[in-house]
Design a protein around this ligand. Sequence first.
Ligand SMILES: *Cc1c(COP(=O)(O)O)cnc(C)c1O
Length: 348
Amino acid sequence: MPDLPPPTLRLTIDTHALAHNWRSLDAMSGEARAGAAVKADCYGLGVDTCVPVLRDAGARDFFVAHWSEVPPVLRHVPPEQVAVLHGVVTREEADYARAVGVLPVIDSLRQAEIWRAAGGGPCHLMVDTGINRLGIRPDEAESEAVRALDIHTLLSHLACADEDSAMNADQLRAFESVRERIPHRIASLANSAGIALGANYHYDLTRPGLALYGGVPRAELRDAIRQVVRPEARLIAVRNLDRGDTVGYNALFTAPEAVRIGIASLGYADGILRSWGGAAFAHEGVDLPILGRISMDMIALDLGKAPDLGEGDWVALPYDLPEAARHTGLSQYELLTLLGDRFARGLT
Ligand SMILES: *Cc1c(COP(=O)(O)O)cnc(C)c1O
């Protein structure tokens, strides 16, 4: 087979910004060190691109959700530095964890029993202090199954760290009381937003995800975080419309006057959902407004202010996450994890 030509859409990952963000969050974590949530293929940006950068910046604690996410991460870091947040739901998962040396986050008494039956060993333990997803209840702290565990990190997860909610202090108090009752080596509570809640929330290890990749869940993080990801696509067609011509499915845009448009080679199948309608691409500081409906593989752009742009040229979608979230109604998390496989992921 001949070599495949490079795709006409690309995601440029600013590895300097990624390393900067980890170092900023590590510094903001004070006495604690920052780990890195690398689940969902580093929030869509690519494990092979991001994990080496985070490792070289200094991260030593990596969190994934599923066991299927472990092998790609192990290409870059040793197994004892990887934790699986969904724990051991089956005996097969427990056997796999022991065979590869990756630590499960035990999430229930049932999981604690599975881990013990498989032979046990060091693990982490999640305590649910109010989010009501995963973790043992605080009143299960003294149970036989928990006592039998060899717990490295005691974790809990904040439900409202991105808001000024009374629930943050409630969860902190609940975590405090559990921490005294369960033997463990280190403790970890804060996600990205939690880091900005102050030193009480830092414990020994923080677990940023979103903010590593350029997300800003709280205003306090704004100045510390740089944008990491830049989606771009080539124009695969340029055409001149007359007044009254329409563009795209359902003819939602009608040209009010003669206009030159370009067709960019990406669409909702790449994660640029219809809710981007009304936004603009950009080229050298000039806006290229999106016209009509976003298709699966194409987006029409108004080239009125960019007469030099032609077929084959690259255009960029501004991807400042807080601003994009406001415009699209999508969360900053969704804006990252939606970015599809057809983008070539490249580094700067
Ligand atoms: C995803 C996740 C994180 C990271 O959260 P962000 O809000 O992306 O910083 C931390 N801890 C747990 C348990 C998670 O599931």
